[in-house]
Design a protein around this ligand. Structure first.
Ligand code: NOJ
Length: 549
């Protein structure tokens, strides 16, 4: 009998460790906090968790600035705490995926410190992208690239002898120098990091900035400014260069060497690759490359039936063209939560830069949540694998983070004009009446939690029929039981244009994005609905129902 590998239809829950659960009261989430809450996730009904970085880091970019890829940051615990968490997750039937950040390190990484102490042209410098500047005395950066967080992508160093020195490349914060992937030593090091975590029995990796590792030869100027709403990577010399695929072919061989014959224990590789067009994304999941890549096209699709139908069809066709399962995602730690995004008048998604300030127009919370639930009910019916972001099962909106509390480097790098992503990273409310809403035993959390989170706390929803948490559990259990993730989708004709209608396995999905209620056919059996409903009631505006076929 052939096994359908677990990752083809897995629902993966993203944990942002800093904000999930704090066991020791320092206001920062940690591994022991995660361990204590694993049973909540098993009960929710997900198949796997993905942990954003918990490695040693000065936390200039929420841990995506890694100082030691093989060690746990003391604020999160230690390797023993990791092993305990992993073992307990496995005992509960949950797989664990960790983040690997191969494009850059922290400037506190030993390699970067060694590079600063060494001279131009040394093997230590060759691990990163150091170049001489242009113009008189090299005062102009080597090219015009901009950092994703704002400002130039180059920073000039002072040489050990005190003279003005070379420049180093950082596509993100100044504290995140890019590795030079043309250097075999970098490749060997990252493969060794993969093995380190595979040997500890992790079930896979989410690959940070998977499209950025290789830069165009000669580092030519880019077309500026970047458009952060669409086509963000098309034909830019730092993104999606052909050379990345060879790296992933070798990574695939590496993880495949850990497979156990006859056992469903594949180790997963999932790319974070913001690339355009969709065919470019499909290249990352060819049979000998990665297993999955995040479907950001779906996440970026506006709340519009025609656009969503097109996005789903195109996504499925692209994935099928290379034999990969499609993935679906609506929220993560880099974008405004979908409960807020879909409640905004302008629902455009800006990558890495969204954030609502106290003086900005506020999203309509009720409409946002209603649409978010309807969108989730579409997503969790789709064939393939789905990614959930912590707190979306509670219907959490983005929080308004006051200026003085903002930690996202985007804020300072943009001259305090772009708030960044802290709004979706605010710690999870577990108990209404407890300090920090039960996030931890301390009185506060590293980002302030808004009062609106108290009524959404886990203990307020856990036993309430029709709560968002209950709704997610229902969808996840039906999805698993009816094997929707490995079923085939067929569009259903005959509905108004603003209705999304399809069948998947034994389920008919109807999402009404129009203003006019849609009558339910006589004798319909409702399996799940995104809103509480009276028997036989029409499908309201911004409501999704799952019916028995
Ligand atoms: C993508 C990560 O998701 C984001 O949070 C981070 O800032 C950048 N990569 C840089 O590592």
């Amino acid at each position: 009998m052939t096994i359908t590998p677990w990752w083809r239809d897995a629902v993966v829950y993203q944990i942002y460790p800093r904000s999930f659960a704090d066991s020791d009261g320092d206001g920062i989430g940690d591994l022991a906090g995660i361990t204590a809450r694993l049973s909540y996730l098993a009960e929710l009904g997900v198949d796997a968790v993905w942990l954003s970085p918990f490695y040693t880091s000065p936390q200039r970019d929420g841990g995506y600035d890694v100082a030691d890829h093989r060690a746990v940051d003391p604020s999160y615990g230690d390797l023993l705490a990791f092993d305990v968490m992993l073992e307990q997750a496995h005992d509960l039937g949950l797989r664990v995926i960790v983040d690997i950040v191969p494009n850059h390190s922290s400037d506190e990484h030993t390699w970067f410190r060694d590079a600063l102490a060494a001279s131009p042209g040394s093997p230590e410098r060759a691990r990163y992208v150091f170049r001489d500047g242009r113009g008189d005395n090299g005062v102009i950066p080597p090219n015009n690239w901009e950092s994703w967080f704002g400002g130039p992508a180059w920073t000039r160093i002072t040489e050990p002898d005190g003279s003005p020195g070379q420049w180093y490349l950082h596509l993100f914060d100044t504290s995140q120098p890019d590795f030079d992937w043309t250097n075999p030593e970098v490749r060997e090091e990252m493969e060794s990091v993969l093995r380190f975590w595979l040997d500890r029995e992790v079930d896979g990796f989410r690959i940070d900035v998977a499209h950025g590792l290789v830069k165009a030869d000669g580092l030519p100027d880019a077309d500026l400014p970047y458009d952060q709403t669409r086509d963000i990577t098309a034909s830019q010399p730092m993104w999606d260069q052909p050379g990345v695929h060879e790296i992933y072919r070798s990574w695939r061989q590496l993880v495949d060497s850990y497979a156990v014959r006859g056992e469903d224990r594949d180790r997963l590789l999932c790319a974070e690759a913001w690339v355009e067009p969709p065919e470019a994304l499909a290249r990352y999941v060819r049979r000998d490359e990665l297993h999955q890549s995040f479907n950001f096209h779906f996440l970026m699709t506006p709340w519009n039936a025609e656009a969503l139908r097109h996005s789903v069809s195109e996504s499925l066709a692209q994935a099928e063209s290379v034999g990969a399962p499609q993935t679906w995602v609506l929220s993560n730690h880099d974008v405004m939560r979908h409960a807020s995004r879909l409640g905004r008048r302008d629902a455009t998604v800006r990558v890495n830069t969204d954030g609502v300030g106290p003086d900005d127009e506020q999203p309509d919370a009720e409409l946002g949540l209603r649409r978010a639930r309807a969108a989730t009910a579409v997503m969790l019916a789709l064939p393939g694998s789905a990614y959930l972001y912590q707190g979306e099962e509670l219907g959490l909106p983005d929080a308004v983070v006051p200026d003085e509390a903002i930690r996202d480097p985007t804020w300072e790098r943009s001259g305090r004009s772009v708030r960044g992503r802290d709004g979706c990273r605010v710690p999870i409310p577990w108990e209404r009446g407890a300090p920090s809403y039960g996030f931890g035993p301390g009185s506060s959390a590293w980002l302030p939690q808004p009062p609106s989170y108290s009524a959404l706390a886990v203990d307020q929803q856990r036993t309430v029929t029709g709560s968002t948490l209950d709704f997610y559990k229902t969808l996840l259990s039906l999805r698993r039981e009816l094997r929707l993730g490995v079923s085939t989708l067929a569009w259903t004709d005959g509905y108004p244009d603003d209705v999304i209608a399809f069948t998947v396995g034994p389920v008919a999905v109807l999402a009404n994005l129009g203003a006019v209620p849609l009558p339910l056919a006589d004798g319909s059996t409702v399996l799940a609905s995104s809103q509480p409903r009276a028997v036989g009631a029409p499908i309201a505006s911004d409501e999704t129902v799952w019916l028995k076929v």
